[in-house]
Design a protein. Structure first.
Length: 500
């Protein structure tokens, strides 16, 4: 009998219990799945391996451990949880390469400066090589090459570090500053390409010592100096609209192989976390440890629902000004056919509440003659209204109904249905018997002032800023009439509304 079987059963039971407890939040809110707002998360790769330089090339080897499998375990855990929406790694790298393509001129200049600096270093022309390599690095950073093509940038840092070390040997007065700069350049080289080794059998002793000093500085405190800095995290989060960003890398030192899991939280739900896991040399057992770690972290994230729509802007206490074009025709008129009056309209409203407003409107209309010519001259009219508005708003859309009292000042006009009066334009002329324009055949209407109820309905659609587009129609009827009075005006208006 295998004595490890009971332990395996206990471990399986424990994993099932963890999975069940992790699923409880989802089971408790089945109705909320429709409006679930997943956390947008990215796993940043590939995961680099940073090893104690004293171990040599063997420190970078993991023959029985697939580092990609551990990252894939994290990604699968996130994909199976509806609280999270992982984005593909290709999307991150595609953006890096697109940025590099858009800044190709900087990348080409960086390559030129790097090659020049390497040649100048080979000729021992240090005072020229160092500025060339510095310019190469500056242009690589402008091009975004540190993320898209890190190995090329690492080479520039390597030669810069070696050039500083040579300067320290030739210029004793600058030795301390040069060695400090060399360590800083080596640290950046290691961050970008830890497999670029400075081996004792290939480089001078001082170069190897400074390189190792830089490497050990990065490995301190479980490699905390190798974490992504806050500025880089913020840039990636904004660029890809992330709520979470997971960054992983590996460390090998005297304790063995460790896995560093850095989770940057931009949602504010839990907060950023960092875990260091000691791994085995075998993929299966290491994957189990990583699975437990990521499950423990994501279990803290609550269900997140879609945010409520932004509240309606509300109209209480606001003033609206409308200005635009107006057109009116009269249902009762001194002609057989309709004629139009068009002009300008201005309306002002003040909202006591979101739904009720006091308003005033003034419309200046310029009359036209009717198609049959019965009106011998057009006439102007000035309509003024005061009343109340009942309004209802749904975010960017508002509908309203208004009622009030209208006063309409109508200018004088003359009308006739006699053919010869139309020919003479209203002049009293006799051509021959039966062909004349006489006074009794022309109706002269003096100025009128008409008063009556006014009804108006309209809608407005919000535009950017405080502006809206409005459409409205109105109707009125007057409380007294004469034989040639105008009555029952129907109108339409459209224009721009300003809200403040």
């Amino acid at each position: 009998m295998n004595p490890s079987l009971p332990q395996n059963r206990d471990r399986s039971k424990l994993l099932w219990l963890v999975a069940f407890l992790g699923a409880l939040p989802l089971l408790a809110f089945p109705a909320a799945a429709a409006d679930l707002w997943p956390y947008r998360v990215a796993l940043l790769g590939p995961s680099l391996l940073f090893a104690d330089p004293g171990l040599g090339p063997t420190g970078l080897a993991t023959p029985n451990l697939s580092r990609q499998e551990l990252n894939r375990e994290i990604l699968n855990t996130l994909k199976q949880d509806p609280r999270f929406q992982p984005i593909e790694e290709e999307e991150i790298h595609r953006a890096d390469f697109q940025h590099l393509q858009q800044n190709q001129i900087y990348a080409q200049m960086a390559d030129m400066y790097r090659l020049n600096g390497m040649e100048e270093f080979g000729r021992y022309d240090l005072d020229t090589a160092i500025p060339s390599l510095q310019q190469a690095i500056e242009h690589y950073l402008l091009a975004g090459a540190a993320r898209a093509t890190p190995r090329e940038v690492a080479i520039a840092y390597e030669f810069l570090a070696r050039a500083y070390i040579e300067r320290a040997q030739t210029r004793p007065d600058l030795a301390i500053e040069a060695r400090t700069n060399a360590r800083a350049a080596f640290r950046e080289m290691i961050r970008l390409n830890p497999s670029l080794l400075i081996a004792p059998d290939q480089y001078p002793r001082e170069v190897v010592e400074i390189y190792r000093d830089a490497y050990y500085e990065l490995l301190r405190e479980d490699g905390r100096a190798l974490d992504l800095d806050e500025a880089s995290l913020q840039t990636l989060a904004l660029q890809h609209q992330l709520d979470l960003l997971v960054y992983t890398y590996f460390l090998r030192d005297s304790r063995g192989l460790s896995f560093v899991l850095q989770v940057a939280d931009f949602s504010g739900a839990v907060g950023s976390t960092r875990e260091v896991l000691l791994l085995t040399d075998e993929t299966g057992s290491s994957r189990e440890r990583v699975s437990r770690a990521i499950s423990r972290i994501v279990a803290c994230y609550p269900l997140r629902h879609q945010p409520p729509p932004p509240p309606s802007p509300g109209d209480d206490g606001t003033i609206n000004i409308q200005a635009g074009w107006a057109n009116t025709f009269y249902g009762s008129r001194p002609t057989e056919r309709y004629f139009f009056n068009q002009g300008l309209t201005v309306a002002l409203s003040y909202f006591f509440t979101d739904y009720l407003a006091l308003y005033g409107q003034a419309t200046m209309l310029f009359g036209q003659r009717d198609p049959d010519g019965n009106l011998l001259s057009g006439f102007n009219s000035f309509r003024s209204i005061i009343g109340l508005i009942l309004s209802y708003r749904i975010t960017w859309f508002r509908s309203y109904f208004a009622f009030g009292i209208e006063g309409n000042r109508v200018g004088a006009f003359r009308a006739t249905d006699d053919f010869w009066c139309k020919v003479t334009g209203g002049q009293f002329v006799t051509y021959e018997p039966g062909k004349d324009c006489l006074a009794h055949e022309i109706v002269i209407q003096p100025d009128l002032f008409l008063v009556g109820p006014h009804l108006r309905a309209g809608v407005s659609f919000d535009l950017p800023g405080p502006f809206s587009l409005f459409l409205a129609g109105d109707f009125a009827f007057y409380l007294f009439s004469q034989v040639e009075d105008l009555d029952f005006p129907f109108g339409a208006q459209t224009g721009v509304e300003y809200r403040f």
